[in-house]
Design a binder for this molecule. Structure first.
Ligand code: ANZ
Ligand code: ZN
Length: 833
């Protein structure tokens, strides 16, 4: 410790001597930010001869609360990558915009009693300011706002395009309805029985609404997943969401000869059918129900329709149902099978009817158990001797009690059964999807008006392209009034229109599109944000697209990320795009929790803003800290203690230059050890950025800085190699800590700007190294693992260990009394017990 103080004293004396300024991020950061903006340093130029790199963050809702440091975990690393790519000679497109339409923005306006236009402008300005003070290098000349007419005009244009291709339609249907939002929701927005905004009490309403026919692309949305570099869990969620199921329909018949098909994936179990179940909403229910069962059946139906599908599908819930009194005939063996209704059968899936096979389907097994229906085993496992089943047997086995199929392996029987069906016209092979069409209508004000007109004589007429945009009219009171109609229906000047076909009086559609329509194509708009002859300029689109790296939160796995893929495929089929997947590589950043370990939120009072961190520690410290605390995709808890360490690291860089730079510029000696270290460091930093491992990028920089400081202490610094290393260091840190790098670049007499320098290259021969992982223990328990170079000193290993958040956490409030280091293996920090 006392060494430390002495060193500090020594340095402060030095810079009095040198008259070198002290490190003052609050002064230098805004200065450089303004300069970069003024010089247009980050403007992306279309179609030049450089290779392009399109690096995009999810565009945010410009919420009124502004950004917290959690959001920066997305923006900082992509900024580092963009800066690095620019230095490598790429033409980088790194844009930002605002997902401004939609319920969140509108809700904020309601709460604060301000017009959404005004709150949107205010909030986006604040977001932009916050993004600027953390040193991001967005090309602000390409800023887009999905709620501006010059943008939503094209969202409407795409709607018309889909209309032309029969990919959008209007339908009267039972819809999810959120009584709090007072709007219909797409089934994609109903998660775990609550609306995506977190409201409970959602119900169903019969309402006409507009749908995008996303199911037409189900197969390609599945197969396309194999071509893209996305996190496996996101792909899995999309696969499950699409839910492809291949099976067959088997036609059962009522005793009066009406056909009632069922969907099944298991035709091999057809001889095990002992009952038949219709969804309560099935149209045949009324016909088949006998008079004596009618009362009970009606009572059951009225309860069942109130329940959400999620609840109805829940495996844990006790199965219930009622007998209709009717029967159907099994086409394979002419068995007479009783027909029940039960809420575990959904009307929206398959045919809304199920053949009950209690021996081999667990839901059917529970149902049969409850209502004393027979269980007939038709698939026998090895060694099965006719025992009573404890639960459904769902495994493989040989077919028994199955007429001509007896003795077949059941997997073979599935296929044979389907062949038999088709040969005897008893049914057909089919493929089903869980995914439904995408409901786009919202009965809310703050969204893109749906460009359709209704005429008494001509019916539904799309607004002609030349009449776009259909402008959202200003409204004083834009709240829903409980009628279930969009607030726009209260604006006569909006509603009353002229029929584009016959010129007669007509009525405008008053629903708006949900916000996910706006975000389904915005990545295309960034390639020519001011273009007005189409949604995008085909030439610049071709140059920039597809997006090379797309980074955002995992919560959009099946909403935005599926819709954007769908639009891309539609546009490709319309001949507008030469590719079919918009985002080549996708990454989800980890979440940054508040200091209390919870998600940051205003209501919890655990929000840390970039503003306060920049004010206290500087943007560069914030950047370094956010990258260092954890791997990019890992959740982690904020610690203000940690950002102190980041700030000290920057001080250390600063003093490297304070103490030695230019004191002997003419040195010619070569320090071959240092040269090797430099080449290694360049290689390792490059590799880390390439693979988005920003946390270890920082530790490598720290090691290098320590090595240089060590030379300083030892007095072995005055070599040509050392001076060269100091110069190179500034280019190496420029992407991560752009301000301090620029300031030191200038102070050391280099021409502006460090960000326009080429990224340093390494020589393979010099850059060989060996990285080892050291387990860090606190009182002999492993609390973390850090990557270090084999020859790192104990002191440096310890320093890195202290920066590890879990280690930090376990050292909190404890006094370190001893440290043991087994080089390259284990570091044990012993505290006072
Ligand atoms: C008979 C059977 C026997 C079934 C057996 C399964 C096992 P996936 O794979 O998810 O597509 N099913 C069909 N339509 C349904 C509906 N509308 N509501 C609830 N369940 C429905 O599931 C297909 C299986 O789900 C179908 O195959 C059917 O039950 C049931 F040993 O038919 B099975
Ligand atoms: Zn008309």
């Amino acid at each position: 410790m006392s060494d430390h103080i002495q060193e500090k004293k020594h340095r402060s004396e030095q810079h009095e001597v040198n008259n070198w300024p002290t490190y003052n991020p609050q002064a230098i950061e805004p200065k450089w930010q303004q300069r970069w903006e003024k010089d247009g340093l980050y403007i992306a130029h279309d179609a030049n001869d450089k290779q392009k790199y399109y690096c995009m963050d999810f565009f945010p809702y410009p919420s009124g609360d502004g950004l917290h440091v959690g959001h920066c975990r997305n923006y900082i690393p992509t900024d580092v990558l963009s800066r690095y790519k620019r230095m490598q000679g790429y033409n980088v497109l790194h844009p930002m915009g605002w997902d401004a339409f939609g319920e969140p923005t509108e809700q904020f306006a309601v709460t604060h009693g301000i017009q959404p236009r005004e709150t949107t402008d205010r909030n986006t300005a604040n977001f932009r300011r916050q993004m600027t003070i953390i040193g991001t290098s967005y090309d602000w000349t390409r800023e887009i706002d999905s709620s501006k007419p010059e943008y939503y005009r094209w969202t409407q244009w795409f709607f018309l395009l889909m209309y032309k291709h029969n990919l959008v339609y209007r339908d009267l249907n039972w819809q999810w309805w959120c009584p709090t939002c007072q709007t219909t929701l797409s089934s994609h927005e109903v998660i775990g029985g609550v609306c995506w905004r977190g409201h409970t009490g959602i119900t169903k309403r019969e309402i006409p609404a507009w749908y995008f026919r996303i199911t037409a692309y189900a197969d390609e949305l599945l197969s396309g997943l194999d071509e893209i570099d996305w996190p496996e869990h996101i792909k899995m969620m999309q696969r499950n969401w699409i839910g492809r199921s291949s099976g067959c329909e088997i036609d059962f018949h009522t005793e009066t000869g009406e056909s009632v098909p069922v969907f099944t994936t298991r035709p091999d179990t057809i001889y095990g059918v002992t009952f038949f179940v219709l969804a309560p909403e099935h149209p045949l229910v009324h016909k088949i129900t006998t008079p004596e069962n009618r009362l009970e059946v009606s009572a059951y139906i009225s309860e069942a329709v109130k329940m959400s599908e999620i609840d109805r599908m829940s495996e844990a819930r006790e199965k219930t149902g009622v007998f209709t009194g009717g029967y159907v005939i099994n086409p394979f063996n002419d068995d007479r099978v009783p027909v029940w209704i039960a809420d575990y059968v959904l009307i929206s899936y398959g045919t809304g009817a199920v053949m009950g096979v209690p021996a081999h389907d667990q839901r059917d097994f529970e149902f049969a158990g409850k209502y004393h229906l027979p269980v007939k085993v038709v698939i026998a496992s090895d060694g099965y001797k006719g025992e009573t089943l404890e639960k459904a047997y769902t495994g493989a086995g040989s077919m028994v009690n199955s007429g001509p199929f007896d003795g077949l392996q059941n997997e073979v029987g599935i296929d044979k059964g389907m062949d038999y069906l088709e040969e005897h016209s008893l049914g057909r092979r089919t493929v089903l999807y869980r995914m439904r069409d995408w409901l786009i209508s919202r009965q809310r004000y703050w969204g893109t008006p749906i460009p359709v007109i209704y005429c008494k004589d001509c019916g539904e007429v799309p607004v002609p392209e030349e009449q776009l945009p259909v402008l959202l009219p200003p409204m004083d009171n834009f709240l829903p009034d409980g009628s279930g109609l969009s607030p726009l229906s209260r604006v006569p000047e909006f509603v009353n229109a002229t029929c584009p076909k016959c010129g007669g009086p007509a009525r405008r559609e008053t629903d708006t599109m949900g916000g996910f329509a706006c975000s389904s194509w915005y990545f295309l708009r960034f390639t020519s944000p001011h273009y007005d002859k189409g949604p995008f300029n085909p030439a610049t689109m071709k140059y920039w697209m597809p997006v090379d790296l797309y980074v955002g939160g995992a919560e959009h796995a099946v909403l935005h990320l599926l819709y954007a893929r769908f639009w891309t495929k539609v546009l490709a089929d319309a001949g507008l795009l030469p590719f079919r997947e918009p985002f080549t590589k996708l990454l989800n950043q980890g979440q940054l929790m508040g200091p209390d370990g919870h998600r940051m939120s205003k209501s919890r009072g655990n929000v840390i803003t970039p503003d306060s961190m920049v004010e206290t520690y500087g943007a560069d410290a914030l950047r370094i800290y956010e990258m260092f605390i954890a791997p990019f995709d890992q959740d982690i808890t904020w610690s203000t203690e940690g950002i102190n360490g980041a700030r000290r690291f920057l001080n250390r860089i600063w003093t490297l230059y304070t103490d030695t730079y230019n004191q002997s510029a003419s040195a010619t000696d070569v320090d071959s050890g240092l040269e090797r270290l430099l080449h290694k460091t360049v290689r390792r930093v490059s590799e880390r950025i390439d693979t988005l491992r920003f946390n270890t990028m920082v530790s490598i920089l720290m090691e290098f800085v320590n090595a240089l400081a060590e030379k300083q202490r030892a007095g072995t610094w005055n070599t040509a190699s050392y001076h060269y290393a100091l110069e190179t260091l500034l280019t190496l840190i420029a992407p991560a800590v752009p301000h301090i790098a620029e300031e030191l670049w200038e102070l050391t007499g280099h021409p502006y700007s460090v960000h326009q320098q080429s990224w340093p290259v390494w020589e393979d021969e010099l850059a060989k190294d060996e990285i080892v992982q050291v387990a860090v223990q606190v009182d002999s328990k492993v609390r973390g693992v850090i990557d270090i170079m084999i020859d790192t000193s104990q002191e440096d290993v310890l320093e890195q260990a202290y920066l590890h958040p879990r280690v930090q956490q376990h050292l909190q409030g404890r006094k370190v009394i001893k440290v043991f280091y087994v080089p390259g293996k284990i570091l044990n920090i012993v505290t006072q017990s």
